[in-house]
Design a protein around this ligand. Structure first.
Ligand code: IMP
Length: 195
């Protein structure tokens, strides 16, 4: 089992999820904790490419295992949009409240049974030249209103399968148990335990 893993993210919420699921497996470190230089990453065209790019940006600053994560929301009635462009949908600087409203508006004439969607996360574990990827999805649908205070991004409009409230209403304890990222991190944990 490795002792240390650098998780290439500046998102504290994501970092907390990694630390929680990987507790007892390895020490999870962030670029901020190691005072590494934060750099912009050139975006790839899919989650796996982006996850690898995010990890590799630290290869020359950290000698050990590094993982990157990329995720997004796919709405079936929008042909899978926003997908890997989720963070930039409607403009890079557009706040997520607006991005959510944009999607609600695009779906304004779409009936409940056609509002299916999913969150998808891919983690890339980079070990020198070797790359392993781990995926997780959370199926659900897009609600009719913006609801809830917790979480981030598209959580206020996403209702996971088996629930009647949005991720943002359900809160972090439930979300972290069922999320796309939790599933992907769980697979990474299993892999690291057996290394
Ligand atoms: P990333 O941080 O560059 O991977 O961007 C992922 C984007 O996908 C975020 O900015 C959100 O728009 C969306 N996203 C990914 N995971 C979640 C989630 O758990 N809840 C809400 N939105 C998410």
């Amino acid at each position: 089992m490795p002792s240390k893993l650098l998780v290439a993210t500046g998102n504290e919420g994501k970092l907390r999820e990694f630390k929680k699921v990987l507790a007892g497996v390895c020490d999870v470190l962030s670029p901020r904790e190691l005072s590494l230089l934060l750099r912009n990453v050139k975006e790839g065209t899919n989650y796996a490419e982006n996850a690898v790019l995010k990890a590799k940006v630290y290869s020359d600053q950290f000698d050990g295992l590094i993982c990157g994560e990329d995720s997004g929301l796919e709405v079936d009635a929008l042909d899978g949009r926003p997908g890997p462009l989720s963070a930039r949908y409607g403009g890079e600087d557009t706040p997520h409240t607006e991005k959510c409203r944009l999607i609600l508006n695009e779906l304004k004439d779409v009936a409940l049974y056609n509002r299916t969607a999913r969150f998808r996360a891919t983690i890339a574990l980079v070990d020198g030249d070797n790359v392993e990827t781990f995926e997780g999805t959370l199926e659900g649908w897009i609600g009719f209103e913006y609801k809830g205070e917790e979480g981030f991004g598209y959580d206020p409009i996403f209702i996971p399968q088996g629930f009647s409230r949005t991720n943002a209403e359900l809160g972090m304890v439930i979300k972290n148990r069922i999320s796309h990222r939790a599933k992907a991190i769980g697979k990474l944990a299993e892999y690291l335990r057996n290394r």
